[in-house]
Design a binder for this molecule. Sequence first.
Ligand SMILES: [Zn+2]
Length: 59
Amino acid sequence: MKTITCIDCEEQFSGETPEAIMQAMMPHYMSDHKDVMERGTEEGKKEWFAEFNKRWEQA
Ligand SMILES: [Zn+2]
């Protein structure tokens, strides 16, 4: 079980796998970071995943 802080705020999410945490984050992104998802570019998504994976490895 690892805990990762949201890339765009201080909210924390826990899960056994990166996929589980991403699924838990999804509704949060839909409600709190809708603008991030809507304005997201391919480059921005790559950076998001890179940051997510970095946090997962450090968690
Ligand atoms: Zn957030």
